[in-house]
Design a protein around this ligand. Structure first.
Ligand code: FRU
Length: 446
C-alpha cells in the first residue's frame, strides 16, 4: 500500500485498505481534526482518521470495533453493537463528560447506531488515541435494531440542549441535557438515511440565520428550528445540494467547533460510486474534498452553495493563468497542459456567443456546458445577472468534482481516469468569450 494505486485520489481521503462509506463524526479537538467513517464492507466498523489542516489526512485505522468484527481476536471488540452503523460526534467536558466517561476531562463522544443494541455512545478523552464503550448503552429508549438509525447530534444554543436528528419515519428529533436521556420532540416526513443539520447565514447576513436539514441523498430543506420542531419555509422548494451520481451521507463539523472562531460550516461526504467499479482493490470508495457551505438566494429560492475550502490554495503547484480572450472552434488553450490531479477554474461571458456547446475533456471524460439548454453535465446552470457562468473542476486520478456559479451547482462523481492519460482539452463549437481561466496542479497529500 503506497497510496499510489490506480485511481486512488492523491488529495482526497480514502481508507488505507478495504471499504469506506458514510462520514460519521467530524470534530476539531485537541488541536486536530478528527474524522470517523464507516469502514469494512462485511461488518461495519468505525474507521478513524486525523488531520492538522483538513487536507493531509492520516488513517489511524479502526477506532470503533463492534462485537461481530471480522478482525483478528487481538483487536479488542471495544464498543457496543453487532455492527457500528452511522452516527456523528461532538466534544464535551465537565459534567456531561463526567456522566459518560467518569472524568470531567474534555472528550470526543461518538453517537452511533449499534445494530442489535440501539443508539450508543463511545468516547475518547485522550484526543482519539483510544476509544471506550459507554457503560450505560444503549442511550434513551431508541432501542430498535437498525431503525431508528444514523443519529446526528448538535447543540442547540437558544434552548440550551442537545438535539438528536435521527432517520426514523423520515427524521425524528429528540432532546437531551446529557446525551444519555433523550425525550421525543417531533417528527418531520422528510429524509432518507443520515440526517445532518446546521445553521447558515442567508446571503452572508449573520442577522438572517436559516436552518438546513439534509439527508443522505443531499436533498435539503431550509427553514426554522425552534428547539422542538423544524418548519420548512413555506415557499421554499426542496433541492439537491449535489447533482452528481456519487454524493452520499455528508457530514459537517459541529457549529462553533472550528478553531479561531472560524464560522464556516465545513462538509465532507462519501463518494459512493454505486454506478460501476473503477477497479479499486486495495481500497474501496473515498471521501469528497472538504467544502465550505453557504446559502444564497437565487431566483427567489434559497440554495445551498458548496465551495472547496480556501485551504486548497496551500497545495497549489504549477499555476497557469490565461487572459480574457475569444475562444473559437479549434482553439485549445489547454494544449500542452498535462495533469491528473488539478483544479481548473473558468469563467465565460455568454453574451454574443455563437457556440452551442462548450466543453472540457479530461482524459476520456467530457464535461459539457450546453448553451442552448443552459445545462452543465445535463443539469441546470443558468448564467448569472451579468450573463456569466463559472465552472471549477477538481480532478484527482479517480475523482471528479464540478462546481458552478460560486457553488450553487455541485456535481460529484468517481470516474475511471485512465492511468495512461493526462490530457486536458478546452473546446467549443463556436465563438465564446473567456473571461478568465486558472489552472493549478495540486500536490499529493499523503
Ligand atoms: C447509509 C447507511 C446508513 C447506515 C450505514 C451502514 O449509507 O445505509 O443508513 O447506518 O450506511 O453502513
Amino acid at each position: 500500500i503506497n497510496y499510489k494505486e490506480n485511481y486512488r485520489g492523491q488529495y482526497h481521503f480514502s481508507p488505507r485498505s478495504e471499504w469506506m462509506n458514510d462520514i460519521n463524526g467530524l470534530v476539531y479537538q485537541g488541536g486536530k481534526y478528527h474524522m470517523i467513517y464507516q469502514w469494512g464492507n462485511k461488518i461495519r466498523h468505525g474507521g478513524y482518521a486525523t488531520s492538522h489542516d483538513l487536507l493531509h489526512w492520516k488513517d489511524q485505522g479502526v477506532a470503533l470495533i463492534p462485537q461481530n468484527s471480522f478482525l483478528p481476536p487481538d483487536a479488542k471488540r471495544n464498543v457496543s453493537g453487532n455492527e457500528v452503523y452511522s452516527g456523528s460526534a461532538v466534544v464535551v467536558s465537565g459534567e456531561t463528560a463526567m456522566k459518560i466517561t467518569g472524568s470531567e476531562k474534555e472528550a470526543i463522544i461518538a453517537i452511533y447506531t449499534g445494530t442489535g443494541k440501539g443508539t450508543c455512545l463511545a468516547w475518547s478523552n485522550n484526543n482519539g488515541k483510544t476509544w471506550q464503550d459507554y457503560q450505560g448503552n444503549p442511550v434513551g429508549n431508541l432501542t430498535d435494531d437498525a431503525i431508528p438509525r444514523d443519529p446526528c447530534v448538535f447543540w442547540h444554543e437558544p434552548s440550551s440542549k442537545w438535539i438528536l436528528a435521527i432517520y426514523e419515519n423520515g427524521t425524528t428529533f429528540y432532546g437531551s441535557s446529557d446525551l444519555i436521556q433523550w425525550d421525543y420532540l417531533s417528527n418531520i416526513n422528510f429524509g432518507y438515511e443520515c440526517p445532518d443539520m446546521f445553521q447558515l447565514p442567508l446571503d452572508g447576513d449573520e442577522n438572517n440565520m436559516k436552518w438546513v436539514l439534509l439527508d443522505a441523498n443531499g436533498s435539503y430543506l431550509v427553514g426554522e428550528f425552534d428547539g422542538t420542531t423544524f418548519r420548512k419555509d413555506e415557499s421554499q422548494q426542496t433541492f439537491m445540494m449535489d447533482v452528481g451520481p456519487d454524493f452520499y451521507a455528508a457530514q459537517t463539523f459541529p457549529m462553533g467547533n472550528l478553531p479561531n472562531n472560524d464560522p464556516r460550516i465545513i462538509q465532507i461526504a462519501w463518494m459512493d460510486h454505486w454506478n460501476g467499479g473503477i477497479g479499486e482493490i486495495v481500497w474501496e470508495r473515498n471521501a469528497t474534498f472538504p467544502v465550505s457551505l453557504g446559502l444564497k438566494t437565487l431566483n427567489e429560492q434559497i440554495r445551498i452553495t458548496r465551495n472547496p475550502i480556501n485551504e486548497i490554495s496551500t497545495i497549489y503547484e504549477n499555476t497557469k493563468v490565461w487572459d480574457s480572450q475569444l475562444i473559437k472552434v479549434g482553439t485549445n488553450l489547454l494544449k500542452g497542459v498535462h495533469s491528473k490531479k488539478f483544479e481548473l477554474s473558468l469563467e465565460f461571458d455568454l453574451t454574443g456567443s455563437t457556440a452551442l456547446n462548450l466543453g472540457i475533456k479530461v482524459a476520456n471524460r467530457y464535461i459539457i456546458y450546453d448553451l442552448y439548454n443552459k445545462t452543465l453535465l445535463s443539469n441546470e446552470l443558468l448564467p448569472d445577472d451579468a450573463n456569466h457562468i463559472s465552472i471549477k473542476l477538481l480532478v484527482d486520478w479517480g475523482q471528479l468534482e464540478v462546481f458552478g456559479n460560486e457553488g450553487t451547482f455541485s456535481y460529484t462523481q468517481q470516474f475511471a481516469f485512465s492511468p495512461d492519460h493526462d490530457n486536458i482539452e478546452l473546446f467549443s463549437d463556436g465563438d465564446i468569450q473567456l473571461i478568465s481561466m486558472e489552472f493549478h496542479e495540486l500536490a499529493r497529500t499523503w
